[in-house]
Design a protein around this ligand. Sequence first.
Ligand code: PXG
Length: 462
Amino acid sequence: MSHSLQALDRAHHLHPFTDFKALGEEGSRIIERAEGVYIFDAEGNRILDGMAGLWCVNLGYGREELVTAAAEQMRQLPYYNNFFKTTHPPAVKLAEKLCALAPAHLNHVFFTGSGSEANDTVLRMVRRYWALKGRPEKQWVIGRENGYHGSTVAGMSLGGMAPMHDQGGPCVPGITHVRQPWWFGEGRDQDPEAFGRKCATAIEERILELGEEKVAAFIAEPVQGAGGAIMPPESYWPAVKAVLAKYDILLVVDEVICGFGRLGEWFGSVHYDLAPDLVPIAKGLSSGYLPIGGVLVGDRVADTLVEEGGEFFHGFTYSGHPVCAAVALKNLELMEAEGVVERVRDELGPYLARRWATLSDHPLVGEARSLGLMGALELIDPASGERFDKALAAGNLCRDISFRRGLVMRSVGDTMIIAPPLVITREQIDELVTLAREALDETARRLAPRVADEPQPEERPE
Ligand code: PXG
């Protein structure tokens, strides 16, 4: 069964962010079902999902209430749109719920089908806002190198992933990128707080280069997710806020990963006290059960769009899809009723931080960091204390070993990442940390004899 599916997969299916040929040779792993924090593959292996799917299954798998919410809404009204002066109860109720959960100045939402579409919406809204304000020359948006804002043309242009720009370019004009606040990767020779301030200064320098009257917005994730779970130094965000206020530039905080409890607050902006003007959301909004995203819009922008805007020529067939909205609403209600976010903040986040930090004594680990239920390990070569030779692809090796041993841990270069479902228990966090250590051990053994140039056999987990 799994072999025939693999063959069909190879024959017909082009996977996202995948080297098609290499995957064809290897064959894909088929995930058949899931429960709680575990996924099960076609071979019957149980694997702890340390990535909550793709940073999204915040409530964990197998929540019957979400299934029921979808089924009931499908029977009631499987589809209707929000164009042409119509709407439906799920979209309205979800909008109201989101605005109640968000900081006080965020009182409107524009729905989309994904995080990428949310960021396309952001770009159009930002430019429209300044045009309505009589300042159409305010066009430039500043993003960050190694930031991720999606894979549509606007999303990848706002993001700072160089390999995506190389393949997908030319990018949308009027977008530029500044350095990221990744202390381990780019500032290890400096005091972290001084480094954080320097990264904020880089924004100011770029604003002055472009001309402050031409800069519309700055976009960033509170903590970079896909870029490598990069928590900025404490000095960074206050300094960034001060720069943006000085030059009257909108702040867009992309909460697609950090929103809905990941960092121990409903929004990462709350953790860092950011008061953003626009907030793209997706993923954890529905715990990934159905695709839905949106942009929360602050009063400053919303008032202008509503009072002075006329028709905004923008929207998607599935903006506020009733079934997706019903599931998202139920997801938020469950998270609220079960105190999921507070538990991440007060109990599970601090617990993970303690347990995750124990990995920093491993010879392969140059830094172990975490915030809420997001963690990263920076791999280093114990022989030199520096990064491994890129050709060894140590991160990929560690990821594959980890997966085989029963833990989904993702790699970005030589940074290992986890972001498990928010309903994980303390015992399961212990299991996650143990599996991560075992994966590091095997990675170290596999890399150690590399001078002998002999491939090592794969170890079977005990
Ligand atoms: N913003 C952020 C911050 C994201 O992380 C998007 C926007 C785009 O969302 P959609 O729904 O269009 O995918 C994302 C998505 C990874 C990985 O490998 C991360 C994402 C997507 C795919 C892979 O870490 N984040």
